[in-house]
Design a protein around this ligand. Structure first.
Ligand SMILES: Nc1ncnc2c1ncn2[C@@H]1O[C@H](COP(=O)(O)OP(=O)(O)OP(=O)(O)O)[C@@H](O)[C@H]1O
Length: 265
């Protein structure tokens, strides 16, 4: 198979979203390439879900631009799903609602490890099984870009690590790009390629090992969190720009694109 990595799938340029005159997403620029796993972290209310909705095209931008690769297929895993509890709904039926043939829906369920639940009611799934079902639904159409809003919510700590491993494996198999929101900083540090710390604007961004040393990260999450994450640090001989590209000839310093930082909220 040809290596299609580094093809830009989605690019935001100076993207802003205002609600009631207040910027919730403030001049954010980012690119997700095929093969990337980009994780957005940030405090509650930082604009993460709004940014994800903008990527999905369901939240219009107030300013800035968004560009997507032509005929891009996007798979979306929402934070949770509102299901009508009185409506009988099997896993099989839920997957059939995608309109894909049953061979494809079964293959997706097998890939996320829940093929044996085919005839089970979705109302009886555990938190982890539900997340795998939502991931399977997103995989049916073999997405170029996988968008996940806190995929490990309601999953125990061991299950979370397995789920992140699964996302990485899917990325490798499909050669897709991944953009996700996560609150579990330890898992993010271990399992992602690039982190974007959002607090309306991009506070700091870069490789997980570097970001916990960034003053903006320390300000946003506090020193105890930053120090507990420093275990993931390893030495780079180079630094990266916002897109993760190496900046030649620069000394190793944490990268922040802003000269001001918000106080922790
Ligand atoms: N449609 C909307 N109209 C008005 N305000 C909104 C709308 N959607 C979100 N907001 C506000 O925008 C802010 C950012 O919301 P958003 O859900 O993007 O944050 P988040 O970083 O995902 O938060 P959390 O970590 O708590 O899920 C919040 O203050 C929220 O109340």
């Amino acid at each position: 198979m040809t290596d299609r990595r580094n093809q830009p799938l989605v690019s935001l340029d100076q993207a802003s979203v205002m609600f009631d005159g207040n910027p919730v997403v403030d001049h954010v620029s980012l690119t997700v390439n095929r093969g990337d796993i980009v994780t957005i972290i940030g405090p509650n209310g930082a604009g993460k879900t709004t940014l994800i909705k903008a990527v999905l095209g369901i939240q219009p931008l107030t300013h800035g631009t968004i560009r997507k690769a032509p005929s891009i297929q996007i798979g979306y895993v929402p934070q949770h799903l509102q299901l009508q509890p009185t409506l009988p709904l099997s896993v099989r039926r839920f997957m059939a609602l995608t309109g894909a043939p049953e061979t494809d829906t079964r293959a997706a369920l097998d890939r996320t490890g829940i093929g044996h639940l085919f005839r089970k009611s979705v109302h009886h799934l555990s938190g982890g099984e539900m997340q795998r079902l939502l991931l399977a639904r997103a995989l049916v159409r073999k997405p170029d870009l996988l968008v996940l809003d806190e995929p490990a919510q309601g999953v125990d700590i061991n299950g979370q690590a397995v789920l992140y491993d699964l996302i990485r494996a899917v990325r490798d198999e499909l050669q897709c790009g991944v953009i996700m929101i996560s609150h579990d900083l330890h898992l993010v540090m271990a399992a992602t390629d690039r982190v974007i710390c959002l607090n309306q604007h991009v506070c700091c961004s870069g490789y997980p090992a570097d970001i916990s040393h960034d003053p903006a990260f320390v300000e946003t999450f506090g020193r105890p969190v930053a120090e507990s994450l420093a275990v993931y640090h390893h030495h780079h001989t180079h630094r990266h720009d916002l897109h993760g590209d190496i900046i030649e000839g620069q000394p190793e310093t944490p990268h922040c694109e802003h000269d001001h930082h918000h106080a922790p909220s």
